[in-house]
Design a protein. Structure first.
Length: 150
């Protein structure tokens, strides 16, 4: 497609060992059954008008949080989906783990994240069971740019 990558070239991984230090992480690919993702930076914007701007506003991004929403179908037996589904009844620190998003060019975001809004099954009797969740990065994720020639 002449320079345009399909979204399936993105790679998502979740640490099922929930190792905050990252030294004993066990990453599983989040892919089976997942058919959409939607990253949002959820920016807070201060828009203040000043007299020297003739009353027109000036915008400053004052905070942000990377949140990625995933949707698809429930695939029992998949390590990543089973781990995420198992978090439904957990709260607080038990919902946190490492998460990594690798873009098609090889650059990647990673960091400690909270898994939220888990729906591990729903739908009509004649449909595939739905599966959805969100990854909320806690603080600024680390970004590693692609290596030259990737």
């Amino acid at each position: 497609m002449a320079g345009f990558e399909l979204n399936s070239a993105h790679k998502f991984e979740i640490d099922t060992a929930q190792d905050i230090s990252g030294t004993a992480s066990t990453y599983e690919r989040v892919a089976a059954g997942i058919n959409t993702f939607d990253p949002q930076w959820n920016e807070e914007i201060d828009q203040t008008p000043y007299f020297d701007g003739d009353g027109f506003g000036s915008s400053d991004v004052t905070s942000a949080q990377l949140v990625i929403a995933f949707e698809g179908h429930r695939k029992y037996g998949d390590a990543a989906q089973d781990f995420i589904a198992g978090l439904q009844i957990e709260m607080g620190e038990a919902r946190k783990t490492n998460f990594r998003w690798t873009e098609p060019d090889g650059g990647y975001f990673e960091g400690w994240a909270t898994i939220a809004n888990i729906v591990a099954g729903s739908g009509a009797a004649n449909e595939k069971s739905t599966f959805s969740f969100e990854v909320h990065f806690n603080g600024k994720p680390t970004y590693t740019p692609p290596t030259t020639g990737a």
